[in-house]
Write a protein that binds this ligand. Structure first.
Ligand SMILES: [Zn+2]
Length: 328
């Protein structure tokens, strides 16, 4: 009888814009990727069909048989119950209580796990990225919003109802900026890329002579880099925006450190590409304000290592989420 080695798994990033499937090998590296447009609105069955199609395509590109895939993992937006395999609610997909893991298992005959996308990304960074070798880590992604993932004692923590770790929706300014979640003054409203863009635009309107206008000739062309670029060109208004951004970010992150005291606080997303320009001053403020500042053991604030692959790798490794020693 032929012996089939099952050393590959598939990780899927189910996004509102793209569906990406990746084959991950035994060394936790991505062997191949395939992607297609999500094309919302669509039914859960159509989305499942596409996820399977991309999985098969990725396996083909990796030069392996689909039979060599041991399991499939999905990172999905919204409230996801990993115990039941159901997407309980996702507003971008307009899904209510969809048994997505089952839809994939029925189509492929392979076991399928599903997690919230921010949790899947945190799981990837925890196992093979910035959190490698630790037991407790918090991952924050600074993107359009702020994604949070909490790993406590080697397990993904998302509360008793799978809605926890929404760290972007903790308030840092009482009665502050309106947040998409309905509250005012959320961490996300100030410290996401969207929040930084808003602060940059507000400053530009007050400072018509600022070099910010050189890097973004109109308000709709402002992005997360504009203020950093202006600052590097010696612009005072640009520097003020960056300084204010750093203070908001450090405030929200210190709240997280004081809540969890993780071994590693990992910062990812597009803005983390500013590297030490951002991470170092933020880490200094956290170090001054951290409740454990007199402790010998302190949280390390570091940049994420896996970039956009964290979600794919984390999803591919979801089959290890219940193991006491996931990397063995
Ligand atoms: Zn909010």
């Amino acid at each position: 009888m032929e012996v089939v080695t099952m050393s590959y798994t598939i990780g899927i990033d189910l996004g509102g814009t793209n569906i990406v499937a990746a084959v991950v090998d035994a060394d936790f590296r991505i062997a191949a990727k395939a992607s297609c447009k999500t094309n919302l609105p669509r039914t859960a069955d159509e989305v499942a069909d596409d996820m399977v199609r991309m999985s098969r395509q990725a396996a083909q590109q990796a030069g392996i048989q689909f039979e060599e895939i041991s399991s499939i993992g999905i990172g999905s937006p919204g409230t996801v119950n990993p115990m039941t395999g159901r997407i309980e609610y996702s507003c971008n997909f307009d899904f209510y209580d969809v048994p997505m893991a089952e839809l994939i298992e029925r189509r492929t005959g392979k076991s399928c796990r599903i997690e919230n996308d921010a949790n899947a990304a945190a799981w990837g960074e925890y196992l093979v990225g910035a959190g490698r070798g630790t037991k407790t880590m918090v991952a924050i992604t600074l993107g359009t919003g702020i994604g949070g993932g909490v790993i406590l004692d080697g397990k993904i923590y998302s509360g008793f109802n799978c809605s926890g770790a929404e760290l972007g929706h903790t308030v840092i300014v009482l009665d502050g900026r309106q947040c998409a979640c309905g509250r005012k003054g959320c961490f996300e409203a100030y410290s996401s890329a969207t929040g930084l863009i808003k602060t940059t635009q507000e400053t530009m309107q007050r400072c018509p002579d600022s070099k910010l206008w050189t890097f973004a000739p109109s308000l709709d062309r402002v992005n997360g880099r504009t203020a950093f670029d202006a600052m590097r060109a010696g612009d005072e208004a640009g520097e003020r925006v960056v300084q204010e951004y750093i203070r908001f970010l450090a405030c929200g992150l210190t709240n997280i450190v004081n809540s969890f005291q993780p071994e590693i606080l990992c910062i990812g997303g597009g803005l983390s590409r500013e590297g030490d320009t951002l991470i170092q001053p933020v880490a200094e403020i956290i170090s001054r304000e951290d409740y454990a500042r007199y402790s010998k053991r302190r949280t390390k604030v570091v940049a994420a290592q896996l970039g956009n692959d964290a979600g794919l790798i984390g999803a591919a490794l979801l089959e290890k989420a219940d193991q006491s020693n996931p990397l063995s």
